[in-house]
Design a protein around this ligand. Sequence first.
Ligand code: 8YV
Length: 323
Amino acid sequence: MKSNEVLVTGRMMPLVMEQLESRFTLHKLHEAADRDALLAEVGPRIRAVATGGHVKTDAALMAKLPKLELVANFGVGYDSVDAAWAGQHGVVVTNTPDVLTEEVADTCLGLLLMTVRELSASERYLRAGLWEKQGAYPLTHNTLAGKTVGILALGRIGKAIAKRCQAFGLKIVYHGRSQQKDVAYPYYPTLVGMAEACDILISVAPGGDSTFHIIDAEVLRALGPKGVLINIGRGSVVDEGALISALQNKVIASAGLDVFEKEPHVPAELIALDHVVLLPHVGSASHHTRGLMGQLVVDNITSFLSGKGPLTPVAETPWPPKG
Ligand code: 8YV
């Protein structure tokens, strides 16, 4: 039996499982017939948890692991981990930044083009045999030409998206918690103000309490009847009910969504709308990028449990710990 014991909360990529299994004593919460019994038995010995967005690593779970020192999250977004609680209880949380930045930005530009130029609807038209039967697909009302993109949350991924948008000849503005000194794009101190000023609102914002439903009916009204919403960040940022009603009532023109409030559930009202593009949360989903993310989970746990500290701690749990 290897001395360090690690808990995995849900199914993870083989490359993660194999490496963790070869280095540590691994316990699989998702395979336990009785989770409470497993936690009661092994919980007191667990030093690290490997987790992802599929399972909540909340205070209730972490409190059952009195020797817990590290939670390694698969994903740059870690809204499913209670990082504030972890920080208050001396538990370090890590995520998987940087390795997915370019992939997510690429996906975002694909989603943007699909939405604005109706590429998936026009492909459906061809596949249904309508090109031959009815003639050319109708001209799209929307275009990228001359448009302004407003980016909500200009972090690493937001900046990679902005760079691509610039290459497409788009104007860029942004909104976030504060203006960034090293960024020349115009800053809007309010989200509504930015929504009024832009044609296409791209949300890269992370989930969590501070961003919950910040894209609401008012923001959608400000975006306007020619406006487009692209969401590549977290579904919880958008009030999905307000979005459905805005799309149905043409308060905005269309939306391209890679993320949803209750994944994998996608509301039937959204699926019914042909001018909306819906992707099953594939922003980072290539073998290449998911492999790098998985490796970073393994490397964080290995480095931490061998006394070398975490590689990519999140802001709430800085390393070395403050004070
Ligand atoms: C993954 C993501 O799809 O990194 C994130 O925050 O949303 C995506 O890259 C997700 O982490 C998979 O669980």
